[in-house]
Design a protein around this ligand. Sequence first.
Ligand code: SF4
Length: 354
Amino acid sequence: MDLYNTIQAWEDGQKPTVDEMEAVLAHNDPDFNNALYEAAARVRDREFGNKIFMYGFVYFSTYCKNECAFCYYRRTNEIERYRKNRDEVLEISAGLEKAGINLVDLTMGEDPKLYADDYKGIVDIVKSVRDTVDTGIMVSPGAVSKETMPRLRAAGGDILAVYQETCNRDLFARMRLKQDYDFRMNQRVWAREAGMLTEDGMLVGIEDTPRDRAEHIRIMGDMKCSQVRAMTFIPQKGTPLQNVTPPVDYTDELKAIAVMRLAYPDVLIPASLDVEGTAGLKSRVAAGASVITSIVPPDIGLAGVAQPEFNINDGHRSIDYVRNLAESLGRREATMKEFWDYYESHRPEATLRC
Ligand code: SF4
């Protein structure tokens, strides 16, 4: 297989096969990788022009009942935790809207308090934020019941984000300890049935193979995800994986971004500031990303997920800093009209308008 011809064929519109994606992800030659990124960036620009969406990150509860092996916030890690109350979440969300972000990402651990009374706490927060801001709302609530999805949609949730991390069941069992693979996979099916767009994500660099990543990219498409992401594993203090040697660089993540872009030209692909901070924005945008996520205002006591404090209190994840950085990369922030136009044109047909 001539892999240069393969990526040219993808750029020309040919649908990638799993075997092709595996071969491209496995072939690590710097010149080839650059050709891959450049093809992905051209396809992104064909679909999105130079606009980029900006998402504000509101990690409003760091409590969690789970024990994911890779996660700093796993239940038994003895760390300081917080749970923002309704008024705090509203104030942060309103501030993000005023600053000009396109979407508020309401993220939480699987917090028993917010899961109580049939997930009432989550639904109430989403509804309150919907009543307060006119931005898009993404909900990242962990794995919830099927019946909760229409309630999240009716409360005002536009996108449901639940990351499988890996489609390798054995690896999943070792990463997301004591969690049900199929229940988690079904989150995105149920959310689409309820009328929400969906996001899946993969964790790169923790025993995953190019085949795993290629299969995962296929599944993301089969599930009609409108937003897909890859994030590099960063070892976290106090977890079973804290002493694992991290990937030497972010190449596998960048290649996954580029392959996802070429496989699904019109999907939203985040460049997350949560992995490498603002230093990593340029390479992720160059690989085909169309969204900047994990924008966090400084000095309000919010944490990131993969990097709990990285670049937050120095203001380098503030909207103004990120906007200037994006402009220096030739990107301009999408307007709210552009965000809603995208959203409406990708909304599942089974709809529950709110
Ligand atoms: S990854 Fe999510 S579900 Fe797993 S321990 Fe961390 S916060 Fe909890």
